[in-house]
Design a protein around this ligand. Structure first.
Ligand code: C2E
Ligand code: MG
Ligand code: MG
Ligand code: MG
Length: 291
């Protein structure tokens, strides 16, 4: 039995790995109950056009209100959802919830060009997500241009299925963004072989632009490369006014990060945007170039 196998293999594990495996199966059990018990919630983080400071979109980020009140990061529970296949139903829930929120905000008068959701390569392989999205958009009276799909590179997306699915989504008119660009599995050849509209410059480059010459050079070059190839570029992890000004000067299109606003529950989103607009009115942080 699998129990027997696990016991037999025990001697090969060190304590840390055993702890990790145990926690993973605990999380898996908890996650199976999650959809039924409504423990999932979406937070929303604003994205803005650097030049105007106007909101360009909002990224929906999954939060798990674990019954123990312990904070469990998506970095930890998303992989468990992926390996169990639960990501398919959770992912559909995320898409539908985010689109309903977009519709509601617009009805409240917020000028929000689009909403962004994260989709992992596993979802593209295991689910007919395009059909689900098309149906949901029709039902809510929205269009594919209202939705941006951020492809997270937790696995190689360089297989047979993924390029076809992405092309199909692109042809439908969905906006495709390559998340965490410059790290992990991402490869420069994706840029020319897959139909992305936008790249999201990973926050590791953004965070150190003032302090590390190498990060500044990387950020500059990656923005220039992406712009030359005709992509829109959004920088993630923008935490202060200097980073914002630097990116604006480099011709980066959009920004997202704590400087503009943190991921918040939907009820706090509009208030947070208004605070950023007030700061933006002063224009004091907009450019390094003396004016
Ligand atoms: P991501 O898509 O790259 O999302 C950006 C992450 O950076 C978020 O972490 C966000 O809270 C964080 N962040 C935003 N601005 C700043 C900043 O200025 N400084 C710093 N230090 N961090 C910032 P979060 O919410 O913990 O999500 C982690 C990852 O989990 C996401 O990375 C995404 O890959 C994944 N994820 C989240 N929600 C979903 C989902 O609904 N579906 C899927 N498939 N993956 C998701
Ligand atoms: Mg993302
Ligand atoms: Mg990212
Ligand atoms: Mg990430």
């Amino acid at each position: 039995s699998s129990k027997h196998k696990a016991q037999h293999g025990f001697q090969f594990y060190n304590a840390a790995i055993t702890e990790k495996v145990h926690r993973r199966s605990q999380l898996e059990n908890d996650l199976r109950k999650v959809l039924a018990k409504k423990q999932l919630q979406l937070f929303y983080q604003p994205q803005v056009y650097l030049e105007s400071g106007q909101v360009s979109g909002a990224e929906a980020l999954l939060r798990w209100n674990h019954p123990s009140k312990e904070f469990v990061s998506p970095e930890e529970f998303i992989p468990v959802l992926e390996s169990t296949g639960l990501i398919v139903s959770v992912g559909r829930w995320v898409a539908r919830q985010a689109l309903m929120q977009l519709k509601q905000w617009r009805e409240q008068g917020l000028n929000l060009p689009r909403i962004a959701i994260n989709v992992s390569a596993i979802q593209l392989q295991k689910d007919d997500l395009s059909s689900f999205l098309i149906e949901t958009l029709k039902e809510l009276d929205l269009t594919p241009a209202d939705l941006e799909i951020e492809i997270t590179e937790s696995v190689f997306i360089d297989n047979d299925v993924i390029p076809k699915v992405l092309q199909e989504m692109h042809d439908f008119g969905f906006y495709l963004a390559l998340d965490d660009f410059g790290t992990g599995y991402s490869s420069l050849s994706y840029l020319t072989r897959l139909p992305f509209n936008k790249i999201k410059l990973d926050r590791t480059f953004v965070n150190d632009v003032q302090t590390k010459a190498s990060s500044e050079a990387m950020a500059k070059s990656l923005i220039a490369l992406a712009k030359t190839l005709g992509f829109e570029v959004i920088a993630e992890g923008v935490e202060d006014s200097q980073q914002y000004a630097f990116l604006n000067d480099q011709g980066c299109d959009e920004a997202q990060g704590y400087f503009i606003g943190r991921p918040v529950a939907s009820e706090q989103f509009i208030e947070q945007i208004e605070q950023f607009y007030k700061l933006n009115e002063s224009k004091s942080f907009k450019s390094n170039q003396a004016g």
